[in-house]
Design a protein around this ligand. Structure first.
Ligand code: GLU
Length: 476
């Protein structure tokens, strides 16, 4: 479906918004709809706005808000203009509810909690859908006891249906009898979520609402507010909706904690590069032929809503890690050195890391692995040995290390080629495979049983440090 089709958005310049609630983490599903909103605006030369839906006061701490802002920043999503904070707009939300009330599109409902509970009980017993029955829709407020608390409810249409031409889901509709007269303003004067979202969307001039399909049902309600406001204020044009299917785990169930990490920050801590997550989220539910990897510029040039899949996408950790390995190998060595140095600690030398990076990065799939692989460079003598490394260093091995030491002390050409030729000759003398010699040598040089190629290790450590490490383990 063409992305410009929609409910009257016409040719207005594109304005999208990403509207996360601060819950303490930035869910990757939300991050993906944030990415799609951002890309859509960038692709169409429009504006990508950010709104923090911080109306739940208990959860919306500054810390929870910072998690979102940091996550978006890390992913490279720069939003336009000032960030809107929903909690600061409660007066405006109430104003809209009151305008609807004055115009007769909304009404005061004095039903008590007990009454509503009873109504629900009866509906339940009669196996009817539970929804507000409109009991105050046509009553005069003067019938209520003086000073009784009330909520403001919207008058939704009683017949017909509401149709949405969703840019992802296609044509979706609902029978208007299913949309009850929902609450706009609570008895304490605070706006409901349903009201706040749509007032903010309209005031921010949003032309396209791209969000998770768990909000599709809300769209049918939010449209009622837009339509009712159209005769009251300028600028209430129905946006184009694009409800993006949720992400599932690779077992097909809705993505949850048991599938692994859920927050953007978790992936960052796992050592995923931001460009990997950007690309991976992009490919979750959107595609361009069979191309797997996109630069940011390519993504902006190619992204459009019509190529977003209608079906749910599956999160595949293995694929993400493989992709991360590719991005690590493509990344600038000095940048990787900086990232890895932070993980290793103050003993890390960025210059040496940069030099070692072409060798180190050939195998790692995440930054932590990369840091583990680089740690040997900065170990202090005497090296701490892993259990397996210590086992390799028996008397026979120590004797061979002494012989290796003697050969390498007289080696004048400290290059991969020369060192390899030297040790190959010794292995041949002993009638052993090179691997057999390399194992204890690796243990002595790194304290581990896994490391980059042994000649790379010798060159990266340098002559002096290599010989000192070998001598510390060699038998007399
Ligand atoms: N704040 C809502 C959420 O985080 C999104 C609301 C919307 O996009 O309309 O789920």
């Amino acid at each position: 479906m063409a992305s410009s089709s929609g409910n009257g958005s016409g040719q207005r310049p594109v304005v999208t918004r990403f509207a996360p609630s601060p819950t303490g983490f930035l869910h990757i599903g939300n991050a993906r709809t944030g990415l799609f909103s951002w890309l859509y605006a960038r692709h169409h030369g429009g504006k990508a706005l950010l709104r923090i839906e911080d109306t739940d006061k208990a959860r919306s701490t500054q810390e929870a808000i910072d998690v979102i802002l940091d996550g978006l920043d890390w992913l490279g999503l720069d939003f336009d203009g000032e960030t809107v904070y929903q909690s600061q707009r409660a007066d405006r939300h109430a104003e809209v509810a009151n305008k609807l009330l004055e115009a007769g599109h909304a009404y005061k409902c004095f039903a008590t909690q007990d009454e509503l509970a009873e109504m629900r009980e009866q509906q339940k017993a009669a196996k009817q859908p539970m929804r507000y029955d409109g009991r105050w829709r046509d009553r005069d407020p003067s019938e209520a006891p003086a000073g009784a608390p009330f909520v403001i409810r919207i008058k939704t249409p009683e017949g017909g249906e509401t149709v949405i031409e969703d840019a992802v889901q296609g044509r979706v509709k609902v029978d208007n009898r299913e949309i009850d007269d929902f609450i706009l303003l609570r008895a304490d004067g605070s706006p409901t979520y349903m009201l706040a979202v749509v007032v903010d969307d309209m005031d921010m001039g949003c032309t396209h609402i791209i969000r998770g399909d768990d909000h599709l049902n809300n769209a049918f309600r939010q449209i009622q507010v837009i339509r009712a406001m159209q005769g009251i204020e300028e600028g209430w044009e129905e946006p184009t909706y694009a409800h993006v299917p949720l992400i599932h785990g690779n077992d097909g169930a809705k993505l949850s904690k048991r599938h692994g990490a859920l927050g953007v920050r978790d992936y960052r801590e796992m050592g995923i590069l931001p460009e990997t997550l950007f690309n991976y989220l992009l490919r979750l539910g959107w595609g361009h032929g069979d191309q797997e990897e996109f630069t940011k510029e390519e993504a902006i040039a190619l992204f459009d809503i019509d190529a977003v899949n209608k079906g749910p996408s599956r999160f595949d950790m293995k694929k993400l890690l493989n992709m991360n390995g590719n991005y690590i190998r493509a990344a600038d060595d000095a940048r990787l050195a900086g990232l890895v140095a932070k993980l290793i600690g103050p003993e890390a030398d960025e210059k040496l890391l940069t030099e070692a990076m072409p060798v180190l990065k050939t195998r790692a799939r995440d930054l932590n692995e990369l840091a583990d692989g680089a740690a040997f460079l900065f170990k202090q003598r005497p090296l701490e040995m892993t259990e397996k490394a210590a086992e390799l260093l028996d008397d026979e091995a120590k004797g061979r290390l002494a012989a290796i030491s003697a050969r390498l002390h007289s080696e004048t050409d400290w290059t991969i080629e020369a060192l390899e030729a030297n040790l190959k000759a010794y292995a041949e003398e002993l009638g052993l495979g090179l691997g057999k010699l390399a194992q204890p040598l690796r243990a002595a040089l790194t304290g581990q049983t896994t490391s980059p190629g042994i000649f790379d290790v010798l060159v990266l450590l340098g002559r002096e440090e290599s010989l000192a490490r070998i001598d510390a383990q060699a038998g007399g």
